[in-house]
Write a protein that binds this ligand. Sequence first.
Ligand code: VGL
Length: 199
Amino acid sequence: MKNDAALLIVDVQNDFCPGGALAVPDGDRVVEPLSRAAGFFSAAGLPVLASRDWHPPVTTHFAPYGGAWPAHCVEETSGAAFHPALRLPEGTMVISKGNVPDTDSYSAFDGQSADGKSLADLLAALQVRHLYIGGLATDYCVRSSALDARRAGLEVTLLTDAIAGVDIVAGDSEKALDDLGRAGVMFGTVDEVIRLISG
Ligand code: VGL
């Protein structure tokens, strides 16, 4: 059993899923594999962390105020809630990001837990050396979080069947995966990872 691993679920929120304000095509396909992964990590005594975009109503991240995106994941709204079918185990650590009005904060490493700890500090305190990442969106917050995890010196595995991309420009997600591979990120499906960690 690998005991230095943790799972990071990135931004599996209503607004990034079909019907949401900034829906990722097929975004909800990540919900089942991530729920399964979270159940496994938790049962194995390994940390589960879930990041969420948590924006104020007025932020330069949103198009009306100079940003690139329609308003989405406004704090305390139903659009900012985790997808209702996402099963987050008891003890899941929630990391909120994007709550500073003049930042984009794509990366979960820009966020903080409810008690104000950075993700990097939390992972260090938990002695996590290997972060397994899935969620939304491949070409933005997943990419940015995985790159920051590498910069923080962590081993990183991307859960290939638990990600989905925006692809505003066709090919963005593929390019993101190339960037991540070059940064030393490894790739595996949820089932492969469960087998590997159990072994
Ligand atoms: C995201 C676009 C804008 C993401 C967040 O979670 O990947 N994408 N804000």
